[in-house]
Design a protein around this ligand. Structure first.
Ligand SMILES: *Cc1c(COP(=O)(O)O)cnc(C)c1O
Length: 251
């Protein structure tokens, strides 16, 4: 896939419009209301000057994979109307930073991280919306809970007062095989539905955070409520995906 780099406010307006149009069409194809689907632009690797243009074009909530990078951008863009979502794997020693400035966390995948976040949030008197990451592709390299443990872990996460579980998150398999990608999204939806059936309190609104530049239309067809889209808005990245998830490959 080729994505050209957005360098003006107009470029960003056009890219955001084009992505939203594809989102609307995908929702329409399966009879969903596109207002059920939120676009979360992902600004990782993009420097602050260009992020300002994206904000001016209407992107007021941005996803970042790495806490360190998000922390720097949060500080440098403190004058802007923008909130930050951490969407990548978290180490417990970074929980303090996430608790300090993030408005969402999309990659909760262990009790240790839940404990660390909850403790830090309590200290600063904040709460955090979280999505529980599931490994739906069976690839060893992917972060996230194994599907089998999701029910027990949702139960355990209920005990953390400062964490509001909003739903589930996944990364589909990196493959050109669209049906293999679709199967990952279907699994996440099934896990959400099963959790809801067991106990609606386990999973809040039960939102599904799934779909990226290469597969967000499929994700919406399969029930996504949040799509995390970087390159289709900001342009191609030079860092390979292996930097963000071990063993990852570029598409
Ligand atoms: C980078 C990233 C995305 C967006 O990927 P694009 O290919 O830029 O759309 C989505 N989710 C996570 C967890 C990411 O790290």
């Amino acid at each position: 896939m080729s994505f050209s780099t957005a360098t003006t406010i107009e470029d960003f307006q056009e890219n955001l419009r084009a992505v939203r149009e594809k989102m609307d069409k995908a929702a329409e194809r399966v009879g969903r209301d596109s207002s059920e689907v939120r676009l979360l632009p992902v600004s990782k690797t993009v420097p602050e000057e260009r992020i300002r243009l994206a904000i001016a074009a209407g992107a007021h909530q941005l996803g970042e994979n790495k806490v360190q990078e998000a922390k720097r951008k949060h500080a440098n863009l403190i004058d802007e109307d923008v909130k930050w979502s951490i969407i990548g794997h978290l180490q417990t020693n970074k929980a303090k930073d996430v608790a300090a400035f993030a408005s969402e966390f999309h990659a909760l995948d262990s009790l240790r991280v839940a404990e660390a976040l909850d403790r830090r949030l309590e200290l600063v008197g904040r709460s955090l919306d979280v999505y529980v990451q599931v490994n739906t592709s069976g690839e060893e390299s992917k972060y996230g809970l194994e599907p089998e443990v999701v029910p027990d872990m949702l139960n355990a996460f209920k005990g953390f007062e400062s964490l509001n579980v909003k739903g589930l998150m996944t990364l589909a398999i990196f493959s050109d095989d669209k049906e293999a990608v679709r199967t990952c999204f279907q699994l996440l939806k099934r896990l959400r539905d099963e959790a809801r059936d067991r106990d609606p309190d386990l999973i809040g609104p039960g939102e599904l955070s799934m779909g990226m530049s290469g597969d967000y239309e499929i994700a919406i067809e399969e029930g996504a409520n949040i799509v995390r889209v970087g390159q289709a808005i900001f342009g191609a990245r030079s860092t390979t995906d292996a930097y963000y998830w071990p063993g990852g490959t570029t598409k």
